[in-house]
Design a protein around this ligand. Structure first.
Ligand code: ARG
Length: 459
């Protein structure tokens, strides 16, 4: 392939060791699309003749057809996807095939391929995210009035609506979707035309290839264009944050599915049994997604570490960018695909959730707020309620189950109307402002959520 300069052939182990074709053939479609655009531009700029350009393009289409049909013979000796495609092209159309690489290098070629491929994958991820988000909106709409304990420190804190909790997930994912959409515009910049590192001596027109390949812009520095992979790191960062979110949701579902919580069920198709314990229904899918988050964080670390010592411009190290990125995309799409089906099909057990909310003195803050409204300073109110809770614990009763006389013993600012504030519904309804858990607010958040999704779809 580079015959001229060498006096002995590449060692067969070295050829195998340095080859990337076993994994980068995943780019074949994008590599050929990039080559067709390049050949078109070479023809239009009269760097090769129109006829040569057309012959090359027809040949490339034939190569694509062979790959699609599964008839393509990938060769490790030809190192990578680029050389494999070019070599087959020359077999098919003869020496004119050798003109394709005029004014181009594998360095700008591979950078272009990754970006074309990743752009497509980003679109797939965004589509899955939008599906998942709309599934969450549907789930939340069914449960604006379903009451569960809200937790801090995993201790019962205050009553919340299950719909409100689901909408928290929606918000997390909404930022994830925005991150991918935002990263897409930096992915969608064209390195092609940078050649090996310094540009080319031929009078190319990069705007032609840019338009043909649908790039938003052109990478403006050839050294930077062939070398940096920050766009891939950015994608993997967004992927890591998203996996962190999916993992947190998984953790909640796993906890809630335990007999001790008993808050939710997920359909059997997302679970497996135990080979020894007949009673088991294990939440395998959420557990696995929680585990897979670790993998994606690992790929992010791999890519950052891969880049941190590289001087400008291209270094062979960069060949190591592909497998982490592929694994990241595959892990992420798989996890999202599972979630798209699983999350909207969660069935909460409203009775269990309600019982749990009744147990943890979730309305204690409501009692304190009540006292404040009756003129007691918050710190004093806090103390009064602390005593009331202690009595409740002693008598194994919720605050709402203590008698008016018992409550009044702690403060003479407690009156008969106090019980309106100690019910779970009263507690929820009282948090009636943007971002609060009042069912009426959750309904409005869902409406705004729908509008947010429409906005994302339009991007
Ligand atoms: N397989 C290489 C990669 O993935 C393609 C670029 C090779 N360029 C070079 N100068 N050896 O990065």
């Amino acid at each position: 392939m580079w015959g001229g300069r060498f006096s002995e052939a590449t060692d067969s182990f070295v050829a195998e060791f340095t080859a990337s074709v076993n994994f980068d053939q995943r780019f074949a479609k994008h590599d050929i699309a990039g080559s067709i655009a390049h050949a078109t531009m070479l023809g239009e700029c009269h760097i090769i003749t129109k006829e040569e350009s057309n012959t090359i393009i027809e040949g490339l289409k034939q190569v694509q057809a062979e790959i699609d049909a599964g008839n393509f013979n990938w060769s490790v000796v030809l190192e990578d996807v680029h050389m494999n495609v070019e070599s087959r092209l020359t077999d098919l159309i003869g020496t004119v095939g050798k003109k394709l690489h005029t004014g181009r290098s594998r360095n700008d070629q591979v950078a272009t391929d990754i970006r074309l491929w990743l752009r497509e994958e980003t679109d797939n991820i965004v589509e899955l995210l939008i599906k998942l988000q709309s599934g969450l909106l549907a789930l939340a709409s069914k449960h604006t009035h379903t009451i569960m304990p809200g937790f801090t420190h995993l201790q019962t804190a205050q009553p919340v609506s299950f719909g409100h909790h689901v909408m928290a997930w929606f918000e997390m994912l909404n930022r994830d979707t925005q991150r991918f959409i935002d990263a897409r515009s930096r992915i969608n910049q064209m390195p092609l035309g940078s050649a090996a590192l310094a540009g080319t001596t031929f009078a190319i027109d990069r705007t032609i290839t840019q338009k043909l390949l649908g790039f938003e812009g052109i990478c403006e520095n050839s050294l930077d264009a062939v070398s940096d992979r920050d766009f891939a790191i950015e994608f993997t960062s967004a992927a890591s944050i998203l996996m962190m979110h999916l993992s947190r949701m998984s953790e909640e579902i796993i906890l809630w599915m335990s007999a001790q919580f008993g808050f939710v069920q997920i359909p059997d198709r997302f679970c497996t049994g135990s080979s020894i314990m007949p009673q088991k229904k294990n939440p395998d899918v959420p557990e696995l997604v929680r585990g897979k988050a670790a993998r994606v964080f690992g790929q992010l670390t791999t890519l950052l570490t891969l880049m941190k010592n590289q001087p400008l411009a291209y270094n062979k190290d960069n060949q190591e960018d592909k497998e982490p990125l592929f694994d990241c995309v595959d892990t992420l799409s798989g996890s999202l695909l599972a979630f798209v089906d699983m999350l909207p099909n969660i069935t909460p057990n409203a009775d269990k959730m309600r019982d749990a909310t009744m147990k943890g003195y979730a309305t204690a803050t409501d009692l304190a707020d009540y006292l404040v409204r009756n003129g007691v300073a918050f710190r004093d109110a806090h103390e009064v309620v602390g005593h009331a809770v202690a009595l409740g614990i002693e008598e194994n009763k919720d605050l709402s189950e203590l008698s008016l006389e018992q409550l009044q013993a702690f403060s003479n600012e407690i009156h008969a109307d106090v019980f309106d504030y100690l019910t779970l519904e009263g507690s929820l309804n009282a948090r009636d402002h943007i971002g609060g858990t009042a069912p009426n607010q959750v309904t409005q958040a869902i409406t705004r959520g729908k509008a947010k999704l429409e906005k994302l779809k339009a991007k």
